[in-house]
Design a protein around this ligand. Structure first.
Ligand code: EAX
Length: 323
């Protein structure tokens, strides 16, 4: 907040002196680099938002977890000490339990299915649940389908993953799911991950291709398996402290900008999926492209009973039924 006051005060002085319009600078944070999918999506959002409000609002971007891990950033946005976060749903379920349903392994068939669900009535309903908890989700952005990397061995099937100590997000649905693969899940905030891989605190981790690329995990992980075991949605979340002060027109401008940011972020995910695997190979990773997905689906099937109990079998079926 302190850093916010200064530019506002300065802008107000300029406005008084020369008729220049006051400009509010909003702090936006995300986990990965400025060049990553989060950076691309955030930049388009910021540019469009500035344009749509005739320059009355602009962003100051904090890539590379400079404002903290995703859990900390979500908390700060809820409190109003940070304005915007572009974050995966990883830790979001700790704030809005209903959101955890989208973190169920093998729930989504592919990108088309996932994006359709998130942008449709089910995703909109989750946005309302978030709003009730003081988190204004302007648009579902995207992290991507997650794949496993590790330093020990190639993973062709679920039994190969068994016994590996793998960092997971701070997400109980993921952890419960991955335990069925025999993985020993170790929850950890993302900013600690590179060092943990480097020092061998964990054998592996799982993340979408754009994160593996941007975070240079090829430097510390030998094996990549295209398990695609879970879809990782993301959200562009604004603090209610900002939202509640916006005019109806500015609210529309923010929302429209967020939709454009989300589209750009998803396009970057597509591009990284298409080009990134070749790059990771050239950086020395051994890539298993044809994973026995059925072995993972079979392993996780029994956990669906617990997921149905927690979220409702009808709610899970409704997501699966989206064509
Ligand atoms: O959202 O924590 C994670 O593994 C996330 O996928 C990453 O920080 C990007």
């Amino acid at each position: 907040m302190k850093q916010l006051i200064k530019p506002i005060a300065l802008a107000a002085m300029l406005a008084a002196a020369g008729g220049v319009q006051a400009q509010t600078v909003l702090k936006i944070g995300y986990a990965t680099t400025a060049a990553s999918h989060y950076g691309v999506g955030s930049t388009v959002f910021c540019e469009e938002m500035e344009k749509g409000t005739q320059g009355r609002y602009k962003c100051q971007q904090f890539p590379n977890s400079a404002l903290g891990g995703e859990r900390e950033m979500i908390e700060a946005v809820q409190l109003g000490t940070q304005d915007i976060v572009n974050t995966s749903t990883g830790p979001l379920g700790n704030f809005v339990p209903e959101v955890k349903i989208v973190d169920i392994p093998f729930l989504f068939r592919d990108y088309d299915h996932a994006r359709k669900v998130m942008d449709g009535p089910i995703g909109q309903d989750l946005q309302k649940k978030m709003e009730a908890k003081g988190l204004i989700n302007l648009a579902w952005t995207e992290n991507g389908f997650r794949h496993m990397t590790n330093s020990k061995r190639p993973i062709n099937q679920a039994t190969d993953a068994s016994g590996l100590k793998m960092r997971t997000m701070e997400n109980k649905v993921h952890m419960d799911g991955y335990k069925t693969f025999g993985i020993l899940p170790t929850p950890m905030a993302f900013p600690e991950l590179f060092t943990a891989l480097q020092q061998g605190t964990v054998d592996g981790q799982e993340n979408p291709i754009p994160v593996i690329l941007a975070s240079k995990f090829s430097q510390v992980q030998k094996h990549l398996s295209l398990t695609g075991h879970v879809y990782s949605p993301a959200a562009l979340i604004l603090s209610p402290a900002v939202w509640n002060k916006l005019s109806a027109a500015d609210k529309a401008a923010f929302t429209d900008a967020a939709k454009k940011g989300a589209a750009a972020q998803r396009k970057k995910v597509n591009d990284d999926e298409n080009n990134g695997i070749a790059q990771l190979k050239s950086e020395g990773m051994q890539v298993i492209e044809k994973v026995d997905g059925e072995s993972f689906r079979k392993a996780v099937a029994p956990a669906y009973a617990a997921f149905a109990k927690e979220f409702g079998a009808d709610k899970i079926a409704a997501i699966q039924a989206v064509k």
